[in-house]
Design a protein around this ligand. Structure first.
Ligand SMILES: C[S@@+](CC[C@H](N)C(=O)[O-])C[C@H]1O[C@@H](n2cnc3c(N)ncnc32)[C@H](O)[C@@H]1O
Length: 506
């Protein structure tokens, strides 16, 4: 916890012999033993009760909480629920059973101190002073962007869109089930669990316990969906909150996550994935996926250029539009530092395979699940079965003219911004051709500055390649010339796996 509020106040953690959640109708749910932690959760000062048997039991908002003594070692803590609307504002609470009277006294004085600090911090905020209780995510991401982002993922419709991408979901399923040895008897953290589908896969592969961490309201749905699978749900705990701020009762042997956005890095969730690694993963623990690669190649597409220029465009394109084999940039999730992802600089160098007009840079990504039993790739390459990521093409403002065999050089520089995306600076240049080649002078260069957050969605099917694109068939780059991993899942198999996964959610 980075909060100043937390640094001033010690101790912040108490062992209780048991607690009972108060619920209506009155059926008390006992949990024992339990740790009570004072901290800052989702930017709000609170007390979190964590069962040693696994996971969060309840978090109470300290600003709204009241604590009463029922006896020397028994107390009751009640807080108005901040989530419900004013008209439907119900309280939640717990009865607390301490082991000794001194521990009860310690807890009560810590409660008073934290509450005082919380309310004084509230005053600071209302006076416009920046909160110091922010976690890493809140520090770097604009609040309005985060709000929209988690609102989007809080809707079942958008989770469904990902679930129904059977290349994606089927590959995750295959990667987990074929690598059972990495999950059986292991503690797993699902980073950004969404509907909880990957947690279910991990539990199905024999995980000892899965902590499904999800920051959006989808966490509530995930609880319900997981509860619908009684044989697996006992081994899954949904923890609502950001991976940057939640506390888990134990370290993980393996992380599983789907943090990939357009061009791999959009949404900046890879940073949360590596933060989760540093916070929760045991040394030498595994990460599923393990690494990602961004592939980039110049393309020629007259039709697209007529339609739009100087813009990132998301669609599926025919790989024969590529003018040279791709360059690749690797991001190793097990080693990358969070800061490495703030700025990414990729030098580009190609030899054109045909004489044509280059309109920009085509990009896609793949990720590797480096399992102990099987290595599996999830690819979004052009020509492979299309995923909901499609591919992305950065269209220049001016085309470049190239001859077959001519060198194309350039640079893709991406700078992260606080709206969970990147500003992209692309330059492509062609070197002198013919008699002046020895001098190596650059004769032509085209640059553009694009916002990865605002692409043009052009969701057409891969366009049938026509000779009207002004190229000769024998000059065209064949798909086999592109260095991509084969997408070797059979569609039929993936369909079955996805259906199976969907059935388990019911
Ligand atoms: C691409 S979705 C994947 C959902 C699910 N794992 C799946 O594969 O279907 C990413 C999820 O991570 C959640 N998420 C993103 N950043 C997060 C963070 N910092 N902490 C917790 N959850 C986060 C989002 O709300 C979203 O539900």
């Amino acid at each position: 916890m980075e909060a100043a509020i937390g640094k001033k106040l010690q101790p912040s953690e108490f062992q209780l012999s048991s607690i009972c959640q108060l619920s209506f109708p009155f059926s008390e749910v006992p949990n024992s033993p339990v740790v009570a932690r004072f901290g800052v959760y989702s930017g709000v000062p609170g007390i979190q009760f964590v069962s040693s048997a696994g996971g969060e039991v309840m978090t109470l908002d300290l600003r709204k909480a009241q604590l009463y003594k029922l006896g020397p070692v028994a107390s009751i803590c009640i807080a108005e629920d901040s989530v419900t609307s004013k008209e439907n504002s119900y309280s939640k609470g717990v009865t607390l059973q301490f082991r000794k009277e001194e521990e009860s006294k310690g807890f009560h004085s810590a409660f008073e101190a934290w509450k005082e600090e919380a309310s004084s911090q509230g005053q600071h905020l209302s006076n416009g002073v920046l909160s110091t209780s922010k976690n890493k995510f809140d520090h770097k991401i604009e609040a309005s962007s985060a709000k929209m982002y988690f609102h989007y993922y809080g809707q079942l419709l958008h989770q469904q869109n990902m679930l129904q991408d059977y290349v994606r979901t089927g590959t995750y399923y295959a990667a987990v089930i074929e690598n059972r040895a990495d999950f059986t008897g292991r503690v797993v953290v699902d980073v950004g669990a969404g509907s909880g589908i990957l947690s279910l896969f991990a539990a199905q592969a024999g995980a000892k316990h899965v902590y499904a961490v999800e920051a959006s309201e989808m966490a509530e749905y995930a609880r319900k969906l997981i509860a619908g699978n009684p044989s697996l749900s006992q081994r899954i705990t949904v923890v609502k909150g950001k991976v940057e701020e939640v506390e888990l009762p134990e370290k993980a042997d393996i992380l599983i996550s789907e943090p990939m956005g357009t061009l791999l890095v959009n949404e900046r969730m890879l940073e949360s994935y590596v933060i989760a690694r540093d916070r929760f993963l045991l040394p030498n623990g595994k990460m599923f996926p393990t690494l990602g690669r961004i592939h980039m190649a110049p393309f020629s597409d007259e039709f697209l250029f007529i339609e739009i220029a100087n813009k990132p465009v998301v669609d599926a394109f025919d790989p024969r539009l590529l003018v040279a084999p791709p360059v690749c940039h690797i991001i190793d999730f097990t080693k990358s530092k969070e800061e490495d992802l703030y700025e990414i600089n990729i030098p580009l160098k190609y030899t054109a395979t045909m004489g044509t007009r280059v309109h920009g840079l085509a990009c896609w990504f793949d990720v590797l699940f480096d399992g102990s039993t099987v290595q599996r790739w999830l690819t979004t390459a052009p020509g492979s079965p299309t995923t909901h990521w499609y591919q992305i093409r950065c269209v220049l403002s001016q085309p470049l003219y190239v001859m077959a065999g001519q060198e194309i050089t350039g640079n893709l520089h991406m700078v992260a911004h606080n709206a969970q995306s990147y500003t992209m600076y692309l330059t492509l240049s062609t070197k002198m051709w013919g008699p002046g080649l020895e001098q190596g002078g650059i004769i032509q260069s085209s640059s553009c500055k694009l916002d990865l957050k605002e692409p043009y969605y052009r969701m057409s099917q891969p366009q049938a390649y026509t000779l009207a694109q002004d190229q000769q068939p024998n000059q065209l780059l064949q798909p086999q010339d592109i260095q991509i991993q084969p997408q070797d899942l059979e569609d039929e198999l993936m369909m079955q796996q996805t259906q199976q996964a969907g059935n388990e959610l019911q």
